[in-house]
Design a protein around this ligand. Structure first.
Ligand code: CIR
Length: 355
């Protein structure tokens, strides 16, 4: 019964995708009829289906990517379509991600990207991590979410020194606290329709929460899009300080938890755009002039940057302030990903100042 329902759901979704003529997603481009026929009845080790992976992208034809992994095993079971999307998104010829490498944190080759303090409002670097033994949102139960939260919080509470902090579950948090933390760019919410359609907000707010240190320079999102999002951020442009703090946190967390990884793919995340290093290094930067130039998008493309609004993906800029980050997370090391963003931001600053 379940199987035939799932089969017809996949067929319905695929038809909607084909009917969406303006759709430019990577899912639409790479889920050919042949691939669909081959994958439509398969199940991953965690019980996930192709429908679980493509639901969001078929219901939201304006998706850029359009596909999620139902669980870590989806990258094996549904490799035929996922590999094609991954290579296209990360601009790589084959799926061959290097071993993690954070570089020499005492000799990074960059420091403060904006010593004048005029343009960069804040700097943030994050990674996603997944518990190896759990699936991703489409296959999780409420109990899974609670158990994962417990394991994550135990590990977080072992963090020491500057990383030491406190966990605040979303369940029971006052609306005022929630609003304040969101406005200050610390907290996530349940307003992303792409994630929602991918079961990302099922059982909300159960199992979700945020951990942060005293200064809110190290934070961890629990059960937002990924099981864990480790975040280092601070005001201004000192990328070296932000990056070093994050590396320290990753190393301490890895002593406590086993994260989902795959040979040639690096760390596994819900969205294939985050695979590999899972690293997004970003600045909030005031660029009223550059952002109005006709070739702003070309500059971003040339330096492999992504420009977003300051309230998250798919949001608009406010007052000429943009969120600029590295677009590629796979096929390069963590150190190379952060360096790529540093180079692009340096160029954007140069253009803004000379405009
Ligand atoms: C989309 O396909 O547009 C959404 N599911 C979000 C994908 C993540 N986007 C990205 O470019 N990093």
């Amino acid at each position: 019964q379940t199987n035939s329902y799932a089969m017809s759901e996949a067929a319905d979704l695929f038809k909607a995708l084909q009917d969406a003529k303006d759709c430019k997603s990577l899912l639409k481009k790479h889920l050919t009829q042949e691939r669909f026929d081959k994958l439509k009845d398969l199940k991953s080790k965690f019980g996930g289906t192709l429908a679980d992976c493509i639901r969001s992208g078929c219901k939201n034809p304006d998706s850029g990517v359009g596909i999620y992994a139902c669980d870590p095993d989806a990258y094996t079971t549904f490799a035929e379509v996922l590999d094609a999307v991954i290579m296209d998104y990360h601009k790589i010829e084959k799926v061959a991600h290097p071993q993690p490498s954070f570089g020499d944190v005492n000799n990074l080759g960059f420091g403060d990207l904006d010593p004048s303090g005029e343009l960069i409002v804040s700097t943030r670097v994050r990674v996603g991590r997944s518990h190896a033994s759990y699936g991703f949102p489409p296959v999780l139960t409420k109990e899974d979410r609670v158990n994962m939260e417990k394991a994550s919080v135990e590990a977080l509470q072992s963090l020491e020194g500057e990383l030491h902090g406190q966990y605040f579950p979303l369940d029971g948090m006052t609306p005022e606290t929630q609003q304040k933390l969101t406005a200050d760019h610390f907290l996530f919410n349940d307003s992303d329709r792409f994630l929602k359609a991918a079961s990302g907000y099922d059982d909300w707010p159960t199992g979700r929460g945020i951990y942060f240190n005293q200064d809110k320079t190290f934070l961890c999102w629990v059960n937002e899009e990924d099981h864990l999002r480790l975040i280092s951020m601070q005001k201004g442009g000192n990328l070296a300080e932000v990056y070093r703090r994050l590396v320290k946190a990753i190393e301490q967390m890895e002593k406590k938890l086993t994260f989902a990884k795959k040979e040639n793919m690096g760390y596994l995340t819900f969205c294939p755009s985050n695979l590999g290093t899972t690293m997004r290094a970003s600045v909030h930067i005031k660029i009223p002039k550059v952002s109005q130039m006709p070739d702003f998008k070309d500059v971003c493309d040339r330096y492999n940057l992504q420009a977003r609004g300051i309230h998250g993906e798919h949001t608009e800029s406010v007052g000429g302030v943009y969120d600029i980050s590295n677009k590629r997370r796979m096929g390069l090391t963590e150190f190379e990903a952060v360096t790529e963003m540093m180079r692009g931001v340096n160029e954007i600053i140069r253009l803004e100042k000379s405009a």
